[in-house]
Design a protein around this ligand. Structure first.
Ligand code: SAM
Length: 296
């Protein structure tokens, strides 16, 4: 099953929303992402992969009465919860895959943001769509997992197995799970891989901020209970995955776990010669199907 199909399941949407409201992870990354996007009170924002509305709320907190958010997601189940939770006349909810969003909305956005989702998409196609939708001098900001520390240096190798490593061990031992690690897929999904793919679609990353969030064992356990986040243990039922999770949890050394590491990429159309024209923040170059309107 494609990943996005899991997002379309109602039970998964409910459990994701329960997690996102109870634990700070998605609120924190959304708030930091919106800060890096540097919104203005009257910004016209496209919230790509809005989920159940956590990022949308962080955007709304920065907008004045004349600002507006078009919040798009490929999952009707996620959008349904978002529209129930976030009742604000400044939001338009729209069901569409990000790859086809340019056919679903009108161009002219001052900002496009995408929290915790870009690596799940066909990035060059999505970047081309964003490029077409941004107003001149508009900017795109997205968050992506990274193996870099806040100063940009590579993180040291972990000292002890992660909860996920331990789960995989029990999936192998108890269920003959065959893991298929793909270094190519990993390279495409980290910040370097996403940056390169954005460029293919005409978006030039002009600033990167690396962030760390403290490891929280309870949050990590609860996150792993949301069905989609263990769906890659294909062949194991949800109950089997949760039994492996419990065994892993009993073995985890919570004091030897690294923080959660994220990169926020800020990009503009074309070359970085336009970076200095963007209002509201100094940007530094880094070295080294059609949509379906759901609710208004
Ligand atoms: C981890 S959630 C993030 C939701 C929200 N931005 C937040 O921070 O809470 C990922 C979201 O990406 C959406 N998504 C995944 N692939 C997508 C695609 N190709 N087009 C549109 N949405 C997609 C999923 O439906 C899901 O709602």
């Amino acid at each position: 099953m494609r990943l996005v199909e899991h997002w379309r399941e109602e039970q998964n949407a409910r459990m994701y929303d329960g997690f996102a409201r109870r634990f700070p992870m998605y609120r924190l990354t959304s708030t930091d992402l919106v800060r890096c996007a540097v919104l203005q009170p009257d910004s016209e924002v496209l919230d790509l992969a809005c989920g159940t509305g956590v990022t949308t709320e962080a955007i709304l907190a920065e907008l004045g009465p004349t600002g507006h958010v078009t919040a798009v997601d490929a999952s009707a189940a996620m959008l349904q919860i978002a529209a129930e939770r976030v009742q604000d006349p400044r939001v338009t909810w729209l069901e569409a895959p990000a790859e086809h969003v340019a056919t679903a909305v009108n161009a002219g956005f001052s900002h496009v943001v995408c929290n915790s989702a870009i690596w799940q998409m066909q990035v060059p196609e999505v970047a081309a769509a964003i490029s077409a939708l941004l107003a001149p001098n508009g900017r795109f900001a997205c968050s992506v997992g990274t193996n870099r520390q806040p100063d940009g240096s590579p993180a040291p190798p972990p000292r002890k197995p992660s909860l996920h490593d331990l789960m995989r061990a029990y999936a192998v031992i108890d269920h003959d799970f065959i893991s298929q690690p793909s270094s190519r897929a990993r390279r495409l999904m980290d910040d370097d891989g996403i940056r390169a793919q954005l460029a293919l679609g005409g978006l030039n990353v002009v600033r990167t901020e690396y962030l760390e969030y403290a490891f929280d064992p309870d949050q990590t356990y609860a996150w792993s209970q949301v069905p989609i986040f263990t769906a890659h243990f294909s062949g194991l039922s949800y109950e089997q995955r949760m039994a492996a999770l419990d065994k892993a949890w009993a073995k985890l050394d919570p004091h030897a776990q690294p923080p959660s590491r994220w990169a926020i990429l800020v990009a503009i159309q074309g070359t970085d010669s336009g970076a200095s024209q963007i209002p509201g923040g100094v940007l530094e170059p880094r070295e080294h199907h059609d949509g379906k309107r759901l609710l208004d």
